[in-house]
Write a protein that binds this ligand. Structure first.
Ligand code: GAL
Length: 445
């Protein structure tokens, strides 16, 4: 069994739209996901998050599961349209009441609440004004952060601003496979900058409301690999370009206060057209208490077969044979060690303590769960290896506590330590739940 230093924080993660349900209850406004799922052909089998795990009504049962698991911390997200139904202006106190109850239940169970303020469910009213293509959304986000922190900040100390701004930009605005469903390709780049500006403004708002707040951002990062048969300089250039777009575009501004030069990698620089204004980078680079990392697998790239098609790389399959998750994602635990040591090498002293804010896998329903246990074991061992090599990692949050609404895949991908029967909403802990519980208990022994 892997072992991490004393004080290491053991957690699990979820997100509001993926588990809460109660889609229009207690004054909640519509989010872009409420809209997107109703568009034919967007989500497998037309699934929606209308009910999801019904966590909104089963909070006590779910916190009891977390207590049984022995979690130190729980990462959930706050639904912006529950708190501010139209994204700005009038606050819905019943929305805040729900998170208030959740925070109290967690603290009562000895579990540290770790909310994320934005896990992709933008209020539809803000999307109608341009969403994250509109700079104003960054300011609205900071106002929402302030309102939420004023209500919860007496008890909540660790805050995460954004979840995976890269995935939201690329899937939501670049390819259109997630809400809001816009397919702008590289013209989606302003979404990166506006989200990060929102992160910087929200960081200031959180610190103003909660003087002892710890503030993090959760970035999805991937080590970029070449296939063993890659030969050309073009392949290496493609790998750098992908690394810039997926990793550096989101880590450099936050940690270094600078943008990678996108034009040098065959992509338009976001400062082009006046998106980046004087002072923005200083706001974005406000000191952080931690960098959250969501890791699933490495990415393999080659030089683009058709450079005129728009992107300076092609994504490709590895040549090596890896085990695969139900999502068909390769299982590569050493990619996590590579990622963490690579971050340390790249950012040095500018790298704050790292938190693994998501790591987990989907496995077919009804199996004995051995594969999920191996996945967790391998990835936690990979974290321990990175710690042994000098990377300061403070915690591990597995994705996910419960099976849930997996975005465009609906309920087909099962990431939970706890199985959810979506017909009856019955929760059944899996073998991985018992394994994780034993791991956490052994660390404390
Ligand atoms: C992440 C996302 C989560 C979850 C996970 C598994 O990108 O933040 O919400 O869906 O992937 O696919």
């Amino acid at each position: 069994m892997p072992r991490l230093p004393a004080g290491f924080v053991w957690g699990a993660s979820t997100a509001a739209y993926q588990i809460e349900g109660a889609a229009d209850e207690d004054g909640k406004g519509a989010s872009i996901w409420d809209t997107f799922v109703r568009r034919p052909g967007t989500v497998r089998d037309g699934h929606t998050g209308d009910v999801a795990c019904d966590h909104y009504h089963r909070l006590d049962e779910d916190v009891a599961l977390m207590r049984r698991l022995g979690l130190d911390a729980y990462r959930f997200s706050v639904s912006w349209p529950r708190v501010l139904p139209t994204g700005a202006g009038k606050v819905e106190p019943r929305g805040l009441d729900f998170y208030d109850r959740l925070v109290d239940a967690l603290l009562d169970a000895g579990i540290e609440p770790t909310p994320t303020l934005f896990h992709w469910d933008l209020p539809q009213a803000l999307e109608d004004e341009g969403g994250w293509l509109n700079r104003d959304t960054a300011h609205r986000f900071a106002e929402y952060a302030a309102v939420t922190a004023e209500r919860l900040g007496d008890r909540v100390k660790r805050w995460i601003t954004l979840n995976e701004p890269f995935v939201h930009m690329s899937f939501g605005y670049g390819f259109g496979v997630h809400a809001p469903g816009r397919a702008l390709m590289l013209d989606a780049l302003p979404v990166a900058h506006h989200q990060l500006l929102g992160h910087g403004l929200a960081t200031a708002a959180l610190r103003a409301a909660v003087p002892d707040a710890q503030v993090l951002i959760a970035n999805n990062c991937t080590p970029v690999r070449l296939r063993p048969d890659a030969r050309s300089d073009g392949d290496a250039a493609a790998a750098s370009a992908y690394d810039v777009l997926h990793n550096r575009l989101f880590n450099d501004p936050v940690l270094l206060g600078s943008h990678p030069d996108l034009s040098a990698y065959g992509m338009t620089d976001p400062s082009w057209g006046g998106v980046v204004r004087d002072g923005d980078l200083a706001t974005i680079a406000a000191p952080l208490d931690g960098l959250g990392i969501n890791y699933y697998n490495p990415t393999w790239v080659t030089a683009p077969a058709d450079p005129a098609a728009g992107l300076p790389f092609d994504l490709t399959e590895p040549q090596e044979t890896y085990r695969r998750t139900a999502f068909d994602w390769p299982v590569v635990p050493d990619g996590l060690t590579e990622l963490l040591t690579g971050l340390k090498a790249r950012y040095g002293d500018a790298l704050p303590p790292v938190w693994i804010t998501e790591s987990g896998c989907s496995q077919p329903a009804g199996t004995d769960d051995r594969e999920r246990i191996d996945y967790l074991d391998g990835h936690i061992t990979a974290v321990a290896d990175a710690v042994a090599r000098g990377v300061d990692v403070r915690g591990y949050f597995t994705w996910s506590l419960l099976d849930n609404f997996e975005w465009a895949e609906g309920y087909h991908q099962r990431f939970g330590l706890v199985e959810v029967d979506f017909a009856t909403l019955r929760r059944t802990p899996r073998a991985s739940f018992d394994w994780y519980r034993a791991l956490i208990a052994a660390q404390r022994a």
